[in-house]
Ligand binder design. Structure first.
Ligand SMILES: C[S@@+](CC[C@H](N)C(=O)[O-])C[C@H]1O[C@@H](n2cnc3c(N)ncnc32)[C@H](O)[C@@H]1O
Length: 290
């Protein structure tokens, strides 16, 4: 298998080889897994599970947590980024996580695994990674590599970490990001003026169309209003996302340099105000391969 994957068709708006993005994803993983109530909040145990695939695993935080918590389960993470996978491998080695494995792979292409390889195929926050037309084939690939009786588990959000807030600047960011995504064919955005990616209502249908049975779902919520524990975490996250999105906004002609600087300052001012309120929702949907 080639160790470098061409990201020529990659739609992810942020630089996947950026060290700042990698650090952001490490923090975000901890923040989001906490908001989800743990690694597998919808299950009481993993007794019947011996192998898990995590798609678009980033720097591998989730894979390492699962590998640590369940030493008898083989956990494999795949990501298109060389930087993320190298870091994930180094971390797993330092922590002696022999049951964690990482491979560079493009999730939008046929996966380099035989049929029936995994008990669980997990993927979180792929909405920015795939254009709308790629989703059905990607979920079919997940089905192919899952074992009969295995589970496909998807977690997605409709907002770029912004959620619903009382900040006009964050609201504007959500619509700018949605408009940019619409132009790039990303997500399931209903109209060019939309204010969400439209992915969460599609998850159960995508699973159904791929042939999954026993489909179910669970919503998660993270309150990052002023004064909450999640505020500091998501404030840092949002500042980094916004800075890393700058080339995208400028290149797409959505904002000029000066407009971007003013906008960034406004986000900071509004989030730092003592009455800032923010709620971030996301959804996990899962189904069983017959
Ligand atoms: C939003 S992050 C999600 C990280 C992780 N799943 C999590 O929930 O913490 C998106 C990840 O997708 C990766 N990515 C982007 N395009 C990809 C592709 N075509 N195939 C696989 N990974 C991709 C990026 O390198 C990045 O690590």
């Amino acid at each position: 298998m080639s160790e470098m994957v061409s990201s020529g068709e990659n739609t992810y708006g942020l630089d996947v080889e950026s060290g700042a993005e990698m650090a952001r994803l490490l923090d975000q993983d901890i923040m989001i897994t906490k908001a989800m109530g743990g690694l597998f909040a919808e299950r009481s145990d993993l007794d019947d599970v011996s192998s898990i695939l995590d798609v678009a695993c980033g720097p591998g935080g989730w894979v390492q947590e699962v590998a640590f918590a369940y030493p008898d389960i083989e956990v494999t993470g795949i990501d298109i980024s060389y930087t993320m996978i190298e870091y994930a491998r180094a971390q797993a080695q330092v922590q002696h996580l022999d049951n964690a494995k990482f491979m560079i792979m493009d999730a939008a292409k046929p996966l380099e695994f035989p049929d029936n390889s995994f008990d669980i195929v997990n993927a979180r926050f792929m909405v920015g990674v795939l254009t709308q037309n790629k989703w059905p084939a990607v979920i079919k690939e997940f089905m192919r590599v899952a074992r009969p009786g295995g589970i496909i588990r998807l977690t997605e959000t409709d907002w770029p970490s912004t959620g619903i807030t009382n900040s006009p600047a964050l609201d504007r960011w959500t619509s700018l990001a949605t408009q940019g995504a619409y132009r790039g064919g990303v997500g399931f955005i209903a109209n060019p003026q939309g204010w969400h990616f439209g992915i969460t209502p599609m998850l159960t249908r995508l699973l159904q169309e791929a042939g999954c049975l026993h489909i179910d779902k669970r919503a998660h919520v993270m309150d990052f209003s002023a004064g909450t524990e999640a505020f500091e975490e998501n404030f840092k996250n949002l500042k980094t996302v916004l800075m890393l999105s700058k080339p995208f906004f400028l290149k797409a002609g959505i904002l000029s340099e000066q407009e971007f600087q003013d906008f960034y300052q406004q986000v900071i001012i509004e989030m730092m105000s003592g009455d800032f309120r923010g709620i971030y929702y996301f959804l996990t949907a899962w189904g069983v391969k017959p």
